[in-house]
Design a binder for this molecule. Structure first.
Ligand SMILES: [Zn+2]
Length: 211
């Protein structure tokens, strides 16, 4: 299991690295993204901290934009996770409000007067700044939806179950209210306990990515 994870770390660290200044044309329309975070290392290289994909066809570019740069937590569970850590770390009671989904009209009306808009904007901005400063990523194409969704799960399981991958003591995710994130060291909750890639499957994937 650790060997498969090591292969993944080697191959993903070798792909062209993108950061907040990426150009959209370099992103395939369909595929998987792998995130790295400043200060996090594993297997002698940058540690994988999140794996993600998209379900809507041709939607990868849009998905990355929503996660990293669009100040609306309700469009991105990843942004929600980062905000939860900031608020939980400071014992901020706004956490309960941050957790509400405001894309839902009923919730929007019900909580209209309870949401401190200034605080909401401040938290969204703090999340965006953190994203831009700390994260870099690589992407690879996978046009077939079922394949990229299955592979996403297998990649998450492989890294989450690896015994050699650990978050650093100062990792922001250690402050998440859900201890699953701290335990796995990944900004992913789904997929952690599924079947990981075998060493030979990881080698096959590496071969297709280094052709
Ligand atoms: Zn590992």
């Amino acid at each position: 299991m650790s060997e498969a994870c090591q292969i993944l770390h080697r191959v993903f660290n070798a792909l062209p690295r993108l950061d907040a200044n990426y150009s959209e044309q370099t992103i395939p329309r369909n595929g998987i993204y792998i995130l790295f975070e400043k200060g996090e290392t594993a297997h002698g290289t940058d540690r994988i901290v999140r794996i993600g994909t998209h379900t809507g066809q041709d939607n990868l570019r849009q998905r990355l934009k929503e996660h990293l740069f669009t100040p609306n937590k309700d469009r991105s569970i990843f942004r929600k996770h980062i905000g939860r850590c900031f608020l939980n770390k400071n014992n901020d009671p706004f956490l309960a409000r941050w957790d509400l989904d405001l894309t839902n009209r009923e919730n929007r009306l019900r909580y209209k007067n309870q949401i401190n808009q200034k605080k909401l904007i401040e938290t969204e901005n703090a999340v965006t700044s953190y994203m831009q400063e700390k994260f870099s990523f690589v992407v690879f194409a996978e046009p077939i939806k079922s394949k990229r969704c299955d592979l996403e799960t297998q990649l998450i399981a492989t890294v989450a179950q690896c015994e050699d991958c650990h978050p650093s003591p100062s990792w922001l995710g250690n402050h998440h209210p859900n201890s699953a994130i701290k335990k796995s060291g990944l900004w992913n909750v789904q997929g952690r306990t599924k079947t990981p890639l075998t060493t030979s499957q990881a080698k096959d994937l590496a071969a297709t990515l280094t052709d």
